[in-house]
Ligand binder design. Sequence first.
Ligand code: PRX
Length: 646
Amino acid sequence: MTAEARSTDFHDGGGASAATADAPGHALYKEAAADRLGFWAEQARSLLDWRSAFTQTLDFSDAPVARWFADGTLNVAENCLDRHVRAGLGDRVAIHFEGARGDRQTITYAQLTASVQRAANMLLDLGVRAGDRVVIYLPLIPEAVVAMLAVARIGAIHSVVFGGFSAESLRARIEDAQATLVITADGGWRRGQVSALKPAVDEALRGPGTESVSRVIVVRRCENAVDWDDARDLWWHEQMDAAAPEHAAPAFPAEQPLFILYTSGTTGRPKGIVHTSGGYLTQAAFTHRTVFDIHPERDVYWCTADIGWITGHSYVVYGPLANGATQVLYEGTPDEPQPGRWWDIVDTYGVTVLYTAPTAVRAAMKAGRAIPDARDLSTLRLLGSVGEPINPEAWHWYRSVIGHDRTPIVDTWWQTETGAIMISALPGVTQLKPGSAQDPLPGIVAEVVDEDGHPLEPGGSGYLTLSEPWPSMARGIWGDPDRFVETYWARFPGRYFAGDGARIDDEGDIWVLGRVDDVMNVSGHRLSTAEIESALVEHVGVAEAAVVGAADDTTGQAVHAFVIMTAEGSAGLDRAAMSTTLRDWVGQRIGAIAKPKSVVIVPELPKTRSGKIMRRLLRDLAEGRSVGDTTTLADPTVMDQIAAAM
Ligand code: PRX
């Protein structure tokens, strides 16, 4: 049976709160098709509180940089916090926090609002002003959410750097953003151990280009010993205690930058994707509410992403809080201290909606169904997937073992640059197809095009493009407007293209096939081949490097590196030792997530006569296939030499 033939209806017992066939979804599609801009204006007005109303929905006169709701003003943090308290929802739980070691905090909307007001005053006391950049390098703890919202509240711009990134990656981001303040912690808990963060900040700030940073605020989390610079470092708890408790949220224009989030591209240098306020929050709130069919008064929602990624921004912080939802925030890994921790959390808090990545589903599959089968999981009514294509096998396991064959699954396609979900099934509306991201959401226009940018008929495969602007679209790359145009808008004029291939099936549903550029997707995280290659060649022992992403059972893709060593580097080291050294080197340069699964020392790389490395052939080897067409190689014998080295 093919995956497509096994499509599953949302209505086959989606649980008590699954939507029915006359769900608003149908009307939303019609409304948006009849008047796309009117539809988004209506979402912006009904989902958010505006300090002054906007009169203009979209200004695309400076395309591809869009301005949405530009003459309106609002405060993003107030929309996520104070207004819920004013509406009488102060006692509603905003966050059920569970620390890796089992410590718990229940944080209501009133409490979260109070913390964010205090933190806003703390930032103002330290001289942070609207437009300044604040780098956040924290574990997944409530202070991370408070920090993001406090920065937003005063109109400053946060740039969250995932705690797994190295000191050097942190340094490069601080330099690019010219941040004035860093918020970090002594460390975070990871599998019973302290994973220190402050030392990486110290190291980053010893590096060049970081003179803009005048202060470092440190959250005390693990009480591990840390070095201290009295002129620069401050404890979060002391500053919070000293700050005034109340802060009236000022209004900012809808296009006030909200955050910069760095993501990997096809070059060695990460890009700082810039998102702004009104349009971003509108689409984050709309998609969170609609795709997950959220009923804030009764749902317990859990998105497992870290705030270091876009999913954590839009579906842990901004979307759920704008909607006044109750959510779980969990610091640790799925299997600490033992397998099944995630499923215990689902049962403990009565999670109704779970949003995670296929790689986590595949890891749970590997661990075996006995683990989730020993839990109840009956509160779950909707499951979501994000980050990479979900293979039908994982889809079926997710639905049957975690969802007990009752829950719909929404497979959501989007990117750091799109800011919010773009393509997904809608609960109660869409006939589900395992493996397909399915339909553009209401108000979104996505098309699969051929090499020349012509839309394809059903049945065709080509490039996934977005042909109309959307509210949460990136407004640019920080400090590099030309790169924004070149990267996303040049390949197909008039269309946004960020590198995914896709197929459109006979029913017009979209199947995302993965990246068509040199970007890898490991455990749902984006990594650039070029970035890892440049880290490798910075090592004295490496003359040349080629990196490929090869299919992997658990992580979707895994990083495989092929390197030619210099005479200097190879002296006295055997291949195994050199491989280990280089894996660790990449971990140090970029972060543990970028460590290659294998580093193969080779005598030569496969190159065309013009010197271009044929990564396709290396991928064949790494995936254990027979090597494809080698006739364009300058030296066809090189593949045998590489195979012998593996
Ligand atoms: O290749 C697509 C894949 O992840 C890329 C975006 O990565 P990032 O900006 O890190 O954001 C990840 C979380 C939104 C896309 O270009 N991707 C994301 N979601 C899906 C997906 N591929 C297939 N199906 C998805 N649902």
